[in-house]
Design a binder for this molecule. Sequence first.
Ligand SMILES: *[C@@H]1O[C@H](CO)[C@@H](O)[C@H](O)[C@H]1NC(C)=O
Ligand SMILES: *[C@@H]1O[C@H](CO)[C@@H](O)[C@H](O)[C@H]1NC(C)=O
Ligand SMILES: *[C@@H]1O[C@H](CO)[C@@H](O)[C@H](O)[C@H]1NC(C)=O
Length: 480
Amino acid sequence: MRPLVFALLLVAQQSLVGTAHAACTLDKVETITTPGFTIDTKDDHQVVEDTINKIKYGLFCENQPSNVDGIDRWFKIPVKSVGIRTPIGSGFLEALGKTSTLKAAASPSSLTNPCIANVGSLTDLTSTSATDAKLDVVFSNKEEDTDGKLSVRVPSDDSLTPLQLAEWVVFVGAFFNEAKNAAALFKQIKSAYECHTGNMKHLKNPPHAYWVQYQKTGDEKHYQFLTNAYEKNMLADAGATNNTKEAPSPDTDIDKFQSAVEDAEAVFDQTELTKDGKKISEWLENFGYKDAPNSKAAFLKQREIYRKDGYRNKNGNSNFPEFALVRPDLVLQDFISILEPEYNKSYTATWLWKLGSTTESTTIIGPDNYDCKAPWMATVPTCSPRTDFTGETDNKSKGSGKDSEKDSTSEGNDKEKKSGSGRTGKIVGGIIGAIVLIALGFVAMHYYNRHRQQTRLRGLSAGGYGESIGLQNASSYNRV
Ligand SMILES: *[C@@H]1O[C@H](CO)[C@@H](O)[C@H](O)[C@H]1NC(C)=O
Ligand SMILES: *[C@@H]1O[C@H](CO)[C@@H](O)[C@H](O)[C@H]1NC(C)=O
Ligand SMILES: *[C@@H]1O[C@H](CO)[C@@H](O)[C@H](O)[C@H]1NC(C)=O
């Protein structure tokens, strides 16, 4: 009797599994930001179209449909073995909880994703073909003939806004038959982003800020404002005004640049800087500032110059093009934390760091600040809408230049900068004094240890996806 029941159960179970497999439900999702792709779900396949590059990918679970025309490349999903030639691919995988499918990459050692179990074991796609590596798909930012039918493009398109770019997580999710999960994650990202942006709409005195870059081509020096959709929207959404001011033209005219940038309270820099430990001097030299402390420009006196490569792997490669582009809600909060530090005083910027400090403090990615079992890439903190934040309480020295000397001695230490340099911080500190300080000390140390590991980076060699390559070819994949 018993064996028979058991056998019957077994048969029943197997047929259930079999049915589930064959049926393979494909998620029905719709895009919401006009991101440059569409997903059309049919009974037995899905057409995912890259409308920017006009490529149609056909996705199926069981058997490739034979009666469907116009598909450029077919993929059996879920894909299990993934290669990437663009760092954002790693960010999408991490956000989707699929980092373990990553088997190959162009220049693996330049990847910063701390959840790649063994970077050394990844196949290097610069020397091995996708077919030889037995991959199911390779995510690239341009057509790679060597990847043939396995190649899938994800954008490197400067015309995309931060949210449009991030919605591509749904595109990548479709290859795992998890478009619906991906869409749910993106919805949260979008909602948090729009909430924080909305909270910046009531500033009484919106800050002026520019995203700049110095480039030398041959003998010609270029001084640029970056005004692509990503940079423009990110600054504006963080509350900055006049970031859409015409870029100085011609961009070889240093005087025009200096006068255009003069009203900035903060400058975000994307220049390739190589003199580790002396990057601020290098920056000032590049942009022709000889007497910064006496400059008319407030941002120079305050040394409010920031860069986005403050979160790195041990080799010095920036994490920004990998994780940040996937989480614009967090990047936005990084920008807000600099432009409006009073908005959320417990927020510590992840990617942005202050170039104008006395030390070059950056954070090395590791277990202290990234838990692969509870990854913050896949967790979106909620944001409450508010209309009361006018940015006026901080009385930050917009243009006054008064605090500059004090700042330049203490700002090397992020902790001091966060806890005590604003005027409110000082008043509160003075009144409540020691009690709060002790309590805060414990909290801060705890938070701090978890979140940031201050390191002085010297003699770094940036290669692969890191700042040197990415920043040089800002238009290719490291545009931000
Ligand atoms: C923006 O810049 C222009 C000059 O480029 C200036 O006339 C205008 O007053 C500025 N607007 C604000 C709100 O600062
Ligand atoms: C402020 O930042 C902290 C730390 O990142 C975060 O946990 C919290 O949700 C933020 N608060 C608001 C209102 O956004
Ligand atoms: C900020 O500055 C304004 C005018 O300069 C002043 O009236 C106000 O009291 C200051 N607020 C704080 C919190 O210091």
